[in-house]
Design a protein around this ligand. Structure first.
Ligand code: MF3
Ligand code: CO
Ligand code: CO
Length: 255
């Protein structure tokens, strides 16, 4: 069942989404060669607290066979796609760093991600980031009442195909609201004109994940969380929480 939010609930999600955006901006400012990913995590936790929000990631445990998520944000470097666990690793010039921030504020979730460059990137890495962000915009541009859900998926897929990138298929966008993951799933691929009709009050996280190489990914066996490309190629991830408004898409994760 897709939960339709009232105007009041959407405004509460916007307040949570704003904190996620502020955290993302603060972490982006702190990204430079030599910084450890756990320092970014500590900064994120501080900014959340300053704004009366808490991490929705910390302690998250969707599967009882996997340990609860041990940090406040996800930091995924280079071939890490998503769910990278912050730690002692130091960023280096030329790295790409996906930062995914999910906060809870007054009972509502904001979920946003962006992939940052560390210093100068190789041209193909820079292009991967640009195209993945374009795909997010193309997906959001389909978030109109009366469109089908798969129009969003198809728009994202079209951007990846034109560039020749691998689309991660194992993980998807999702409905979001009082819970981090609600129905529906929002795949980053699919034929247009299928699935549920979008309606005002639906709120979804749109989040393309593209690889320079193939689509296949593997989960780290030691930490149970970090998702990497199987072929070791670079990966990028951008995400916004979006409401379907009566007059078009409303971005809820803006600063
Ligand atoms: N932010 C992620 C998403 O976009 C989920 C976070 S997983 C966690 O759906 F383990 F970090 F919580
Ligand atoms: Co996210
Ligand atoms: Co998400």
């Amino acid at each position: 069942m897709i939960i339709i939010k009232s105007r009041r609930e959407i405004e509460a999600m916007r307040a949570a989404g704003r904190v996620a955006a502020l955290v993302l901006a603060a972490v982006g400012e702190a990204i430079r060669p030599g910084v450890r990913t756990r320092e970014l995590d500590a900064l994120a936790a501080e900014v959340m607290a300053q704004h009366g929000a808490a991490s929705a990631d910390l302690g998250y445990q969707p599967d009882p066979h996997v340990p609860p998520y041990p940090a406040s944000i996800c930091v995924s470097v280079n071939d890490q796609v998503i769910h990278g666990v912050p730690g002692a690793r130091r960023l280096a010039e030329g790295d790409v760093v996906g930062v995914d921030v999910t906060v809870k504020r007054q009972g509502f979730i904001g979920d946003a991600a962006r992939t940052f460059a560390v210093g100068e990137l190789a041209p193909e890495a820079a292009r991967l980031l640009e195209v993945t962000e374009q795909a997010l915009a193309a997906g959001i541009a389909q978030c109109w009442s009366g469109n089908h859900l798969s129009d969003v998926s198809h728009a994202i897929e079209s951007v990846a195909r034109a560039a020749g990138y691998g689309i991660v298929r194992m993980y998807c966008g999702h409905g979001v609201g009082r819970s981090m993951h609600e129905e529906p799933e929002v795949p980053n691929y699919g034929r247009a004109g299928h699935g549920p009709l979008l309606q005002p009050g639906m709120t979804i996280a749109v989040e393309p994940m593209f690889n320079l190489g193939g689509h296949d990914v593997v989960v780290d066996r030691r930490d149970g969380w970090t998702v990497r490309t199987r072929d070791g190629s670079l990966s990028a991830h951008f995400e916004h929480t979006v409401a379907i408004g009566a007059e078009g898409p409303e971005l809820l994760t803006l600063p």
